[in-house]
Write a protein that binds this ligand. Sequence first.
Ligand code: ZN
Length: 79
Amino acid sequence: MFKKLFAKLRGKKEYPNRFLKFYHLHHDRLIEERRGSYAERKKTGICVRCKKPSLSGIVFCEYHQSRQKEYNAKARGKL
Ligand SMILES: [Zn+2]
């Protein structure tokens, strides 16, 4: 019972079981996945960052592909 009180004080939500907890925590993502955003776009050739058509073989449009290259170069430079 102390655990429950403590959780309440910290504003944490208590779940009856971990499956429900998982569902609540990942609700948005699960819905999004059901709509098939990433996989669907990949399949239909639409950029996963915006709604432009993506380049063939990759999941980004021309703009986001160049942004991704920049990001990768920066990430590598840090290592
Ligand atoms: Zn894009």
